[in-house]
Design a protein around this ligand. Structure first.
Ligand SMILES: Cc1cc2nc3c(=O)[nH]c(=O)nc-3n(C[C@H](O)[C@H](O)[C@H](O)COP(=O)(O)OP(=O)(O)OC[C@H]3O[C@@H](n4cnc5c(N)ncnc54)[C@H](O)[C@@H]3O)c2cc1C
Length: 351
């Protein structure tokens, strides 16, 4: 039976696939991508499919997956810390498990984020006060434009909140969509050595651990507290729990000019670049969309545990999810004049 995008994505929607290449080496990845680019065929480099909403009509091009599962320690000492690289196909949470076990700090709060290591720099994944950018040294990529392997240093990655130069290179007009111009082959990390975590930055996590913001605790404790918090919000994949049949947060938190009036009671954070950030989940609920909200007769709903996740209750289509996303986006815009932007990559669809 031909694979469908529903089989390969955590939202479990999306139609048939023409070709799937499971590449066992860097050369095979480059070959599959280059062959498709030469033929003018669309390319979808897919990791865990946890940040994709794909069309019911399927994907007419080539899906390339990195089958390699490698973590290599280049050097490790008390002065320089741990210089480690992981192949793009390595499941991200396995890297976190290894880091916690080895005493490499800085990614313990990123426990339980689904998907591959290669996708982590694309949207600079973050949670509970940490971002992958905090420990990224560089990224080895295949540059589809210049047709050569290029290592991009951290400073070249233009990392920001849920974005990077890799994500910006997706651009629908540039012709690379739905995969970035830069295909990640390997991610290099530089982590400090310590059994204690990096300072806890997130108030809810600090409260759960019974410590103050800025304190450091055993990294294994941080991992287990984060997994507990994430499970309570349906943010750890669990086939039996429809609240996790999602792409995680469906909308990014809006980042706005500093003088933007926010609705009364809306959370307000400094975004670090002079702008302000507010909570998309808060706006969604304040606009009248409670957890579990669904359109009549639809199998797509907001998660019953977290208003920011759009979920498939079983048998939902991409069209169901898109219809829900539009109603929520429009409701927030009509209530507060704030535009919500989708976080997942939409394959064969537009919001
Ligand atoms: C339950 C749940 C919870 C989540 N929680 C979080 C969270 O806390 N924080 C957070 O930031 N995200 C979260 N996410 C979103 C998602 O897990 C991350 O964005 C993750 O990094 C996506 O990885 P993936 O391998 O599944 O990417 P995919 O969904 O397979 O791909 C997403 C995009 O990245 C591109 N891509 C994938 N691999 C590569 C590569 N090697 N080179 C270049 N481009 C590539 C794809 O082409 C596509 O454009 C969550 C998702 C779910 C389902």
């Amino acid at each position: 039976m031909t694979a469908t995008l529903a089989d390969l994505t955590t939202l479990r929607v999306g139609g048939p696939l023409a070709t799937v290449v499971d590449a066992e080496s860097e050369a095979e990845i480059v070959d599959a991508v280059t062959t498709a680019d030469d033929a003018g065929e669309p390319v979808l480099v897919l990791g865990g499919g946890s940040n994709v909403l794909a069309a019911d009509s399927g994907f007419p091009g080539v899906v390339v997956r990195d089958a390699r599962r490698e973590v290599v320690v280049e050097s490790e000492d008390a002065c320089g810390g741990a210089a480690v690289w992981a192949s793009a196909g390595m499941p991200w949470d396995d890297v976190v498990v290894r880091a916690v076990a080895e005493g490499w700090t800085g990614i313990e709060a990123l426990s339980g984020i689904p998907g591959s290591t290669g996708a982590t720099p694309v949207q600079n994944v973050g949670a509970y006060g940490q971002e992958v950018g905090d420990v990224l040294a560089s990224v080895r990529t295949w540059d589809r434009q210049e047709r050569r392997v290029r290592t991009l240093a951290r400073a070249e990655l233009g990392l920001g909140y849920r974005t990077s130069a890799l994500k910006r290179s997706l651009g629908r007009d540039a012709g690379w969509y739905p995969t970035p111009r830069f295909v990640v082959l390997r991610v290099m990390f530089q982590m400090r050595l310590a059994s204690l975590s990096a300072p806890i930055q997130y108030a809810e996590l600090a409260r759960t651990l019974g410590v103050g913001v800025g304190d450091r605790v055993d990294s294994a404790e941080v991992r287990s507290a984060v997994l507990g918090l994430r499970r309570s919000k349906g943010m750890v994949l669990d086939a039996a729990d429809h609240d996790t049949w999602s792409a995680g947060s469906f909308f990014t938190n809006p980042v706005l000019p500093p003088d933007t009036p926010l609705p009364e009671g809306a959370p307000r954070f400094e975004s670090g670049d002079g702008r302000i950030k507010t909570s998309a989940a808060w706006l969604i609920q304040a606009a009248g969309f409670a957890k579990g909200f669904a359109l009549d007769g639809s199998s797509a709903s907001l998660s019953t545990k977290h208003a920011l996740a759009l979920t498939n209750r079983g048998g939902a289509t991409a069209a169901d999810l898109l219809a829900l996303a539009r109603v929520v986006r429009d409701g927030v815009r009509d209530s507060f004049g704030i535009a919500l932007e989708p976080e997942p990559v939409l394959v064969g669809l537009e919001l």
